[in-house]
Design a protein around this ligand. Structure first.
Ligand code: PLZ
Length: 446
């Protein structure tokens, strides 16, 4: 494996001629419904760099949507997955099992919050993990209702579309959606009508009141929440909100599910974001960062809940594929060895410092309405100057200006006005600062 130089290099227009040619081919045969943030075709990637087919090197502040936390070609991931590939690619764990699957479940039991007995089941995608968490909660409680939150995102399958808040692009035209899904308020501090300081107490009271009055707590199988809401805009529920909801779940025999698919595995500077307020979820869903880019997801939780499903009730042909499990063991090894929680916390320090400086010193810095997030899950919410009115055009224009200069950033948010930063946790500090220089310059171009 050749090391990719950790430096930004823009040698053609972005996208360059080879990417443009590939994009034309792609449009002929790839369905229009599958989009791409930036149609620059990748040649190789690693550390904090994505190198394209035209020889440009982009600084990666996306990690393939919070996946390649250890980098896109981490040594331990490549080594372990390659060795596994040579041994066998698949048997199906449901036909003849293998050790890697068990080892990943052992790691999950050790790393997830709580010292109770835990078990896991492995799947392929985040959506599949969430679907299975609902199956497990329903069979365990013998109840059907599922509670989710404003601005929540849980996937694109039929059930997870129902769980997801935002209509466009995720749901529009794709219904009807799965029944028995109910949405309640979340403590979005920046936009809470009576102020961020009241959001935790008031939003949790409202959510609990709605559950009691509109659903009946005794009918609720699961409450599912992202401890930091990802696609919805990197919203950290105001302090006190998560503990109140978790306590309510406990008091009412409801399975509390933390969807840590985006926020988990060192992303926020802790193994799992729910640790921030000492939450111990009954079930936790993980994917993305778990396997360094290989498709793997998991549901982990209290052994007695996980064991509620009858033998044969959970599974899937590829769930816990041996190559993906080997990749996960390599990714977890890397996270431990390089102290990626510490790295994520340092990324927060650097990014929040620089972004606050931009907010106060740039002529148009006041369009940064909010700077938020934890670890290497940081965002700025863009608003019309002097108001809190969302400005999605500013987010799109900033992203475009960064892309042109070779810095890959993503947008998100219910209002499309959030610029989010998800660097690989292994990114070098110089490269991170260079990306921040480019972001700063982008404000001068919009
Ligand atoms: N739960 C919290 O963030 C995936 C979606 C990108 P899958 N987020 C990225 C897109 O537009 O499709 C996600 C998540 C949380 C569940 C999921 C779903 O994970 O692996 O994409 O199915």
């Amino acid at each position: 494996m050749t090391e990719i130089p950790q430096e930004r290099r823009v040698v053609t227009a972005i996208p360059g001629p080879k990417s443009v040619e590939l994009q034309a081919r792609r449009l002929e045969t790839v369905a229009a419904g599958v989009g791409s943030t930036l149609p620059v075709f990748t040649a190789r990637a690693g550390g904090g760099i994505i190198e394209d087919v035209d020889g440009n090197r982009l600084i990666d502040l996306g990690s393939g949507i919070a996946v390649t936390s250890v980098g896109a070609s981490a040594e331990a991931v490549v080594r372990r997955a390659s060795a596994q590939l040579a041994d066998f690619t698949h048997t199906c764990f449901m036909v003849t099992p293998y050790e890697g699957y068990v080892e990943v479940c052992e790691q999950l039991a050790e790393l997830t919050p709580g010292d109770h007995a835990k078990k896991s089941a492995l799947f392929n995608s985040g959506a599949e993990a969430v679907e299975n968490a609902v199956k497990i909660a329903r069979i365990h409680t013998k109840r059907t209702a599922v509670v989710v939150f404003d601005h929540g995102y849980h996937g694109r399958t039929n059930l997870t579309m129902a769980l997801t808040a935002k209509n466009m692009p995720y749901k529009q035209g794709f219904g009807p959606f799965a029944p028995e899904v109910y949405r309640v308020p979340v403590a979005y501090g920046y936009r809470w009508p009576t102020g961020a300081e009241n959001a935790g107490a008031e939003a949790s009271a409202q959510a609990i009141d709605q559950i009691n009055k509109q659903i009946g707590a005794e009918n609720v199988a699961a409450i599912i929440i992202e401890p930091v809401l990802g696609e919805g805009g990197f919203i950290e529920p105001a302090k006190g909100f998560l503990p109140a909801i978790a306590q309510f779940a406990k008091d009412n025999g409801i399975v509390f599910v933390a969807d840590e698919i985006q926020s988990g595995f060192c992303r926020t500077g802790q193994w799992f974001a729910c640790e921030d307020e000492g939450i111990v979820p009954d079930l936790i869903t993980t994917a993305k960062g778990i396997a360094g880019g290989l498709p793997l997801s998991a549901v982990t939780g209290r052994a007695e809940i996980m064991d509620s499903a009858h033998s044969g009730g959970l599974g899937g042909t590829y769930g816990g594929n041996p190559v993906a499990c080997a990749g996960a063991l390599g990714a977890i090894e890397t996270m431990r060895e390089l102290d990626l929680n510490g790295k994520a916390r340092r990324i927060e320090e650097v990014m929040k410092g620089r972004l606050a400086e931009m907010q106060s010193k740039l002529d148009n810095g006041d369009i940064i309405g909010d700077i938020r997030g934890r670890g290497a899950m940081i965002a700025i919410e863009l608003v019309q100057s002097g108001t809190k009115d969302p400005d999605p055009q500013a987010a799109a224009a900033l992203a475009k200006a960064c892309h042109a200069e070779g810095v890959l950033v993503l947008t998100c948010g219910t209002y499309g006005n959030v610029l989010r930063f998800l660097p690989p946790l292994v990114i070098g500090e110089d490269l991170l600062n260079e990306a921040l220089d480019v972001i700063e310059q982008a404000f001068g171009r919009i």
